[in-house]
Design a protein around this ligand. Structure first.
Ligand code: DX5
Ligand code: ZN
Length: 230
């Protein structure tokens, strides 16, 4: 079983001091940086692009950067993110005309490739491409915004994907994104996830009042994960 990774979503960070925010969550024990890219077309919100990814690398961030593309079309922007220092690039299959080609494009650029499933997206997109996938990301909210509530049916879907991965014998991470908090992270792990995105759950309130709160939140998440055997 893969080691658990905690992936703060910088969508909820303070963008006016993004480098510092990323340094702080990594120093607090986070493993990878979740980087949400929205285009005001595939999802009704607009965020950040390759320039910001590159800026984090130039700032000195060496942790893996997990680029979650909520953009349509997908392919044009992939080489830009690879050049900007992305480690993982995940995309929504509905946003690509040629899912197999997009997966190959990501790996061809030297990155790890992932498919993202919205709450209503069927898992059948995995059927013929599993061996080209390094990460499966299950959305536990509808994409577009931080701070939404975890959709409970994601737990059953996680169990289904865990079985698919285990049966395949392939080395594929299972990531969950949306409404992940200290309170529910243990049951999410128990359902099969090994990579946990959390935006508002980590960067949430109290920014200026408690400078050490990231240490405490990530330690609580790690402790909750540690209590779940698999
Ligand atoms: C939503 C994004 C998430 C978001 C999660 O479309 O993909 O990564 O930042 O935020 P929380 O953890 O607040 O639900
Ligand atoms: Zn995301």
């Amino acid at each position: 079983m893969a080691v658990d990774l905690i992936a703060p979503s910088i969508l909820s960070a303070d963008f006016a001091k993004l480098g510092q925010e990323v340094d702080s969550v990594l120093a607090a024990g986070a493993d990878i940086v979740h980087f949400d890219v929205m285009d005001n077309h595939y999802v009704p919100n607009l965020t950040i692009g390759p320039l910001v990814c590159e800026a984090l690398r130039k700032h000195g961030v060496t942790a893996p950067i997990d680029v979650h593309l909520m953009v349509k079309p997908v392919d044009r922007i992939i080489p830009d993110f690879a050049a900007a220092g992305a480690t993982y690039i995940t995309f929504h299959p509905e946003a690509s005309e040629h899912v197999d080609r997009t997966l190959q494009l990501i790996r061809g650029e030297g990155c790890k490739a992932g498919l993202v499933f919205n709450p209503a997206t069927p898992l059948s997109y995995l059927d013929y491409v599993l061996e080209k996938v390094d990460m499966i990301l299950l959305m536990s909210v509808n994409p577009g915004f931080g701070g939404q509530s975890f959709i409970p049916s994601a737990l059953d879907k996680l169990r289904e994907v865990r079985e698919i991965i285990d049966d395949s014998g392939l080395d594929i991470r299972l990531e969950v994104d949306g409404g992940v908090k200290v309170d529910n992270i243990a049951e999410i792990k128990a359902a099969g996830a090994d990579t946990f995105v959390s935006g508002s759950g980590i960067f949430g309130k109290g920014k200026d009042t408690d400078p050490n709160r990231y240490d405490s939140i990530i330690a609580q998440m790690r402790a909750a994960l540690g209590r779940v055997g698999r």
